[in-house]
Ligand binder design. Structure first.
Ligand code: NAD
Ligand code: UGA
Length: 465
């Protein structure tokens, strides 16, 4: 089959950038990205490219070139599913918040509803691709839903057929465009050789064939979960060592470098910080814990649960440290918060360590001034969920300018490693802040010596005071 028309269900952090890249390299294929969230679709269609719903370096340039040519964002699911030869399911797969497996298992309701829409509207033969991260054997559920509709059809209606593939995405936010253009590997799981070839043909427009791995469906699904688990495990491991360094005087960056230079270990993903955030690590590892328990592998479940526990511990120990250092109370003190997104170069705040840390600081009575170069006021308001305007004004304010954030603050807490935070003029800032002044740097990005020279006391993750 010659793929001429692709539909992607879900215009989020994966669907949007991934389809933009396919559109860039496949000008002969029409790509329609659909979503039930009409506000998100209208943001993708914004004339002003700086107002796209997702901030990702390099994304707006590609959307600017392809949108209206072979890349289209729409809410018309029926039309675009019917037209498609190939459909990617890129919807969100959050952790269940109630019922069986609550807090651990993945909530499949969006995947299921997408599958039902496909079953209803698809025509002829359609290759359906699981792009979302899903627990092992979900492709079977998708298949079952699709096959059930095929069986329901009577002889007078046009026959529909489906092939289901798993093609997990490995991009990281903040580097999505580069990750999509130069991936370490492409993983395709499935049984139908022709469908696999169709997808390989698309990727081979810009990726060498040696990087394309093909497996069965289940191995593909499980590999995605395990990749995230291994990455998260590295962060929890280095974060335990950050505390040991603070206690002993060893320097965390030197330890990371020395350890990471062993090629068997590798230098990446060894930066200690406020714990991993983002929409995936916590949910994927929780799911791994759930699956392990399900199969009676309790020790395996406990092992991975510890990776999650260490992550929460890192955040709570920072809050305790801040309160303790500031003479045991932060009540009525003003704290500048630098960075709210879960990492630099993204406007995404899902599971950001900043949410937990800010809430706790507010609970302890502090007044926060929050600055982030890409996260909007409305998002922070939602995350801190102070809907009562009066209460909110009493607890925190949004700061539009980085310099203003420091005015009259007793302390500054760095939570995201935005590049602009590396080059602050500490002599100048120290005159704006109340004395005694503290800096708490949970990403070890500010220049410790410069801060000390300005008379401010500083604590850095993995270094201590
Ligand atoms: P997202 O929340 O940004 O986007 C998902 C979109 O799907 C939303 O806009 C939502 O409105 C839409 N949607 C939900 N149900 C729908 C339906 N029935 N019909 C049409 N649209 C529907 O999520 P995301 O970050 O893009 O993640 C998507 C999947 O990819 C998840 O499984 C995630 O684990 C995985 N993943 C994410 C990343 C990442 O860095 N964000 C990386 C790799 C894999
Ligand atoms: C992560 C993986 O890196 C992707 O490969 C995967 O596709 C994706 O999850 C997913 O499945 O969603 P992402 O969460 O976007 O990507 O971002 P990461 O760069 O992995 O960062 C996650 C968190 O770990 C951030 O809070 C980051 O600050 C933190 N981190 C990362 C550290 O604390 N130290 C590090 O050395 C690296």
């Amino acid at each position: 089959m010659n793929i001429k028309n692709i539909c992607c269900i879900g215009a989020g952090y994966v669907g949007g950038p991934t389809m933009a890249i396919i559109a860039k390299y496949c000008p002969d294929i029409q790509i329609n990205v659909v979503d039930i969230n009409s506000e998100r679709i209208s943001q993708w269609n914004e004339k002003n490219l700086t107002d796209l719903p997702i901030y990702e370096p390099g994304l707006k340039e590609i959307v600017g070139k392809c949108r209206g040519v072979n890349l289209n964002f729409s809410t018309n699911m029926k039309k675009h599913i019917a037209e498609a030869d190939m459909i990617f399911i890129s919807v969100n797969t959050p952790t269940k918040i109630k019922g069986i497996g609550s807090g651990q298992a993945v909530d499949l309701k969006y995947v299921e509803s997408s599958s039902r829409e496909i079953a209803k509207y698809a025509k002829g033969h359609t290759v359906v691709i699981e792009k979302s991260t899903l627990p092992v054997k979900t492709a079977q559920t998708i298949k079952a839903i699709l096959d059930a509709t095929v069986k329901d059809k009577n002889d007078f209606e046009e026959k529909k057929t489906f092939s289901v593939l798993s093609n997990p995405e490995f991009l990281a936010e903040g580097t999505a465009i580069n990750d999509l253009e130069n991936p370490d590997r492409i993983l395709i799981g499935g049984e139908d050789k022709e469908a696999i070839n169709n997808l390989v043909t698309i990727y081979s427009r810009w990726i060498e064939k040696v990087k394309v791995l093909t497996t069965d469906l289940w191995s593909s699904e499980l590999s995605k979960l395990i990749s995230n688990a291994f990455l998260a495990q590295r962060i929890s491991s280095i974060n335990t060592i950050s505390a040991l360094c603070e206690a002993t005087g060893a320097k965390i960056k030197d330890v990371s470098l020395a350890v990471g230079m062993d090629r068997r270990i590798g230098k990446y993903f060894l930066n200690s910080g406020p714990g991993f955030g983002g929409s995936c690590f916590k949910k994927d590892i929780s799911n791994l814990v759930y699956i392990s328990n399900h199969y009676g592998l309790y020790e395996v479940a406990e092992y991975w649960q510890k990776v999650l526990d260490i992550n929460s511990w890192q955040q709570s120990r920072f809050v305790e440290l801040i309160v303790k250092t500031m003479f045991g109370t932060i009540s009525s003190k003003t704290i500048a918060i630098l960075g709210f997104s879960f990492k630099a170069n993204t406007n995404d705040t899902r599971e950001s360590p900043a949410i937990y840390i800010c809430k706790k600081l507010i609970e302890e009575g502090a007044f926060l001034k929050i600055y982030d170069p890409k996260v909007k006021y409305s998002q922070i308001k939602k995350d801190l969920s102070f809907n009562d305007q009066k209460v909110e004004e009493e607890k925190w304010i949004y700061s539009n300018s980085i310099n203003e954030t420091f005015n009259n603050a007793d302390a500054a807490v760095f939570l995201t490693e935005w590049e602009e935070f590396e080059f602050l003029n500490w002599q100048d800032l120290s005159t704006k802040m109340r004395k005694p002044t503290w800096v708490f740097d949970t990403r070890s990005i500010v220049n410790m010596e410069e801060v000390k020279k300005s008379g401010i006391k500083i604590w850095q993750v993995g270094y201590g005071n």
